[in-house]
Structure formats: C-alpha cells, structure tokens
Design a binder for this molecule. Sequence first.
Ligand SMILES: [Zn+2]
Length: 418
Amino acid sequence: MILSKYSLGVGDRFSREGEAQLRALKRAEEAGVLIIPVWNKSNREHDIIGTKPAHTRREADEAVKALEWPHAYHVDADHINRGNVRKFLNHCDFFTIDVAEFIESELVGISEEEIEIFALSCGSFVGEMILDGLESPLVLTAEGIHESAKRYYPAVKEASAIYRIIEKEKGRDNFITEISLDETERPQSPADLLIILAALAREAIPAQTIAPRFSGHFKKGVDYEGNAEQFAREFEADLAVIAFAVSEFRLLNNLKLSIHSGSDKFVLYPLINRALKKFDAGLHLKTAGTTWLEEIIALAESEGEGYDMVRDIYLESLERYEELASLYGDVKIDWALLPTPEEVEQWEGSRFARALRHDQSCSDYNLHMRQMMHISYKLAAERGERFRSLLESNRDRAGKYVEENLYERHIRKIFPHS
Ligand SMILES: [Zn+2]
C-alpha cells in the first residue's frame, strides 16, 4: 500500500464532516491536483469524545461511497504507541507511530555500545555534504552524529517494536507507516533528520511519511509563530535530506514530510508550496481541530440555540482551562486578551463567529479565543446528544464552512496546483 504524493489528514472530532471534507478534495481534483484523504484521529481524541476507531472507519467509508470518490483513502491511527496500537489494528490502514517520548530514553534498553556502532556507521557523512537543490552544504561532525544517534536511535528502536506489532497483524504491504517525533520541545535539524532516516533504514522500517519537530511554534488552530524564512530554509534542507536518504539508504521512494498541527499555518503555506515545487516533493498535511472550529462558527452564526450552547462552552472553558490545556502541549493563551464573560454576554452569534473565524484581516479575530475554543471540544462532547442534534440541524452551514476552510484557506495555498 503506497501513499500518494499529496495527502491531507482530515481529522473530524464529531465524525459529521466526512463528506464536506471530501468535497474539498474533489474541488482540488477539479482544479488539477489529486490529494488523498486520510481520516486521522488519535487515541486521545477518541477517549475525550467517546468514539472508537470503528466510527472513523465508518465515516470514511460512508463519505467515499456517498460522493463516489474513485481514488484511495485511508484511516489513520494517529499518535499511537505500544499501549494502544491494538485497538486500531482492525480499522486503520495508516499508523502514525509516535515515539517522541522515547527520544534519548533509557526505557528502550539500548546500550551505549549499540548507539556507538550506529553512530560510527554514519561516519561517512562527516564533513560538508552538497545536496541537490541546496545553496549551502549540510555540515556534520562526528560529535554531532553521535549526539543525534544518542537522542534518536532509542526512539527509532521503539518505533521498530511498534511497527513489528502492526506488521505481524496486518501484513507488510497492507498499511502505511508514519513516524512522528513532533511532540517534543527541541526541534530536529536537517542533520538530525539524516541520522533518523539512517536509523529507520537500519531498523528496516518502511516509513512513507515522517513528522519531525520543526523549529518555531505550531500552536493549535492558529498561525505559525517563529521565523518563517528560517523555517523555509530548514524545510528545503529537510526535503533535500529525504531525497538523498531515499537513494542512499534505499528507503521507500515516496517517503515524504508530514506536517502535524498543520492547519492554519498560513504564513508558511506559500513557502512550503514553493519548496515542494522546487524539489518535486510530496507532502502530508495533518489537520484536525480546524474542522471543529468551523462547526462552532456555524453554530454561533445560527444565533438561537446553537449560539447559546457555543457561548456556554466558551464560558465554561474559562473555568476549566487547566484541565483542557493539560490535554495539549502547544497552547499559549494570553488571558488579558480574551473577551470577558460580561463582554461575550453582550455579543450576538455573528460577533462571536468573527472572533473565531481565522481571518487575520478582520479586527474582531481573536487568536487567544480561537485557541481556547480549539481545546474545548471536550465540553461539547459532554453535552452529548444535545450538541450532536444542534450540529445536525446546522449541517448545511457547517458543511459549507468546513469545505471552504479546507479548500480555500489550506489546500489551494499549500499544494502545488498544475
Ligand atoms: Zn503530531
């Protein structure tokens, strides 16, 4: 099973928007670019919402059937580990093996000697490497390689153990493997990536996508924070490293980068688009919460009952912030810039919607409130059937926003159209 050059992770918290998401991809196809949908949902999301991997599979199958999508599609066991992989095995054909926790970990039980042997096997990369498409050489030192090996080889070893569990159950050619290292503080440099790819090859893990921790901040649902030009240089270097590693280590030749928390990073999209063209590279862009935010924008705009509930969720999120934020790492909310309960009590739903909608040219847009609502889907899940039936009665508006958001703000900007 081979993943297409371009793919889009379309998370959907409440499993209602599969068709709307697929309509966005149909529009992309009409505009000349084939992007394969991957419905991703992590164990964390399933636990919070009370869904199971079978639900995501059903949603994907039904959307594909309803819209007569003739191409491939996948269901991603997102951010799985050794402890929870088994419940995804029957329902998924894409596995995001998350081993960020095992960076430099002693738990994997790998010896100093083994790390040393691996680092020495990368000795030929010491010095300046000229890579196709890069203006400046990649510089590696023996110490740097040793350091990368010490940090990342244990994580790759753990990935290997998890990969074998999946392979044994599903058969080698029946699923797609992604390795994710993004949920960690320290970014991985292009030189680190080279060593990680060498380790993947050594462990014979046929990864098709890899999600590194890029530099800068990829906060949930809001734009990138960091030096965009520096990001672009690193991203291009990562693409060059992957192209080199594919031939050097005989990795799968469709291996590509996966960008996690990839929605809403608008400042980066033109730079990524340019780099993909330059290197003729593929991309997996993982999104999830941006769809839930479109749903609540639609509910807010319905005024009435839908807005009452969305406003209640916001007010409750202020009370339960600690609990909600503990579920997600990269959230940074400036409380002084959040609207107060008293202010929000005065707002119409349309005003609430403008605060949330990711339109940076609108003076009512509030990125702090957007992050707050991003992490508050648990409060909607707690409202159970009442929330679901409001979503159902606002289905057309929500679906329209989900489709437009994915196509206009994301797909059209980041994926090269022919
Ligand atoms: Zn991730």
